[in-house]
Design a protein. Structure first.
Length: 481
């Protein structure tokens, strides 16, 4: 209430509430909060009307029950955030942001920018580059350089940072998979490099440890023939004299168990750890385990150039991968050309994460989803939970829950309304937006849950997202009454 009263445009709630029953006060506070603060409708900031003398209004009789007390407590918890939303300064911020979004380079060609609450998805352009990355790329763009020399210099620096023998920069983790497979099949032999994707006379079987993935086309692209091994127990039998490489979809301790089989067999193991940074410890642990090859995406958690990745591991295999890559003309990886800007940019990103305070960043990310939770839980019947997924994309993530039948609103419908609003908000809602349609037929349906990933939200956007979700759910609930 004190927060309400100091707002320039807040009603004199102390007058309105005088003489009301405590439960009626709870309903009155909630009504006035929502009336005063739900001014960001469909993302459009509206000025408050001039202050008017408070008008008494009668509240219906409300039963004394726990749900209403809980509603009051949730409203009290959200009060500071609602007060922030109510200030003219925040309204101006929203207007300025909306103008910037509407008048940018994307709008000129008819593309609507988004508030990304979904995470580092490639179809949503991954992540936003770190300031250090943009500065490094701008500096790299001002001069010419020999790409052969630059790749080897980058390889030496990647080795120092990761503990691996060598490294190279690629156009992404999928490109690194292709080059790793080409390296394993050709061994850097010039005649075989020119022959690919024809693998006649070469070892060309690639064992998929963990089964197939949507990304194994990167291995088939260079001529690899897939052999499936669902578990580590299946691995030994899957390896044959024609096995060139084992690809692992696992990046936990099962990798160590797999190495006990692949090392004696003389078959290199490739670990796809594309979205496992942060934490930075994952950048160094595979070298400690003795993994032959492993890859990370540069355009996801690293916040490097979107079209970048790194391949790390044994020096002989990395050099063979380089021989199959641009700038070599006639190499199958020529089409996966990485520029000087991306090479320098992804190095800058890795240098940043080597010393970044992840604990402080996690607190910031956690705070964002906590603020959203406080806002959405002001709607009766809405609950939320925060967890950090293990393995990849391990950022604090908020799940918003409601009874779809009671609200008359499904998760998909809520996501569509957020997507259609202004500013456009994209959340995780269990959709396979970027999966090849034919592949969906063989995949189990995803659970439809509305989730908010904290890492890709920019400062202040959590209030816009939380308020908009609150409005959508509140409007659906009112429509059912």
């Amino acid at each position: 209430l004190q927060l309400c009263l100091v707002q320039r445009h807040a009603l004199e709630l102390h007058v309105i509430l005088s003489g009301l029953h405590p439960i009626e006060k709870c309903q009155a506070v909630k009504k006035e909060f929502f009336r005063q603060f739900a001014f960001v409708e469909n993302g459009q900031a509206q000025d408050f009307p001039p202050c008017q003398p408070p008008k008494a209004f009668a509240m219906p009789a409300v039963a004394h029950n726990a749900p209403h007390r809980r509603s009051f407590l949730k409203l009290a918890v959200a009060a500071p955030l609602l007060a922030t939303l109510a200030t003219r300064g925040f309204a101006a911020t929203i207007r300025g942001g909306a103008r910037q979004l509407a008048g940018g380079v994307y709008a000129k060609i008819g593309v609507r920018p988004i508030i990304n609450a979904h995470g580092t998805m490639t179809y949503l352009s991954g992540s936003l580059e770190l300031t250090q990355v943009k500065e490094a790329m701008a500096a790299a763009a001002r001069q010419f350089v020999d790409i052969f020399e630059l790749q080897h210099a980058a390889g030496r620096r990647l080795a120092e940072l990761s503990g691996a023998e060598y490294g190279m920069v690629t156009t992404g983790a999928a490109a690194a998979m292709s080059l790793a497979a080409a390296a394993a099949m050709t061994g850097g032999d010039s005649d075989k490099i020119w022959q690919l994707p024809d693998t006649t006379g070469m070892k060309d079987e690639i064992v998929m440890l963990g089964g197939r993935t949507p990304f194994d086309s990167a291995l088939r692209l260079v001529g690899g023939k897939l052999v499936l091994a669902s578990t580590v127990d299946d691995l030994r039998a899957a390896i044959t004299p024609r096995t060139a490489l084992v690809y692992s979809g696992f990046y936990d301790e099962r990798v160590v168990d797999a190495l006990k089989i692949t090392k004696p067999a003389g078959v290199p193991l490739l670990v796809d750890a594309s979205a496992t940074i942060p934490p930075f410890e994952n950048f160094t642990k595979h070298a400690k385990w003795g993994v032959d090859l492993y890859t990370f995406s540069g355009g996801k958690g690293l916040c490097g150039p979107q079209c970048s990745g790194v391949l790390l591991g044994r020096k002989d295999l990395i050099e063979a991968a380089m021989a199959n890559s641009a700038p070599w003309e006639g190499a199958i990886g020529r089409a996966m050309k990485v520029g000087k800007e991306e090479i320098v940019g992804v190095l800058a990103a890795i240098e940043y994460w080597a010393t970044a305070d992840l604990a402080a960043l996690t607190r910031e990310w956690q705070g964002r989803v906590e603020r959203i939770a406080k806002l959405v839980e002001t709607v009766p019947g809405v609950t939320s939970e925060i967890n950090t997924p293990a393995g990849s994309n391990n950022y604090p993530t908020l799940t918003v829950n409601w009874d779809e039948a009671h609200f008359g609103l499904t998760v998909s419908q809520c996501a569509d309304l957020l997507d259609a609003g202004e500013p456009r908000i994209v959340v995780s809602a269990g959709k396979d937006t970027s999966v090849v349609p034919a592949l969906k037929k063989s995949q189990p349906p995803r659970v439809k849950k509305l989730r908010i990933v904290s890492m890709t939200l920019q400062p202040g956007e959590e209030l816009i997202v939380g308020n908009r979700i609150r409005q959508v759910l509140e409007q659906a609930l009112r429509a059912r009454r």
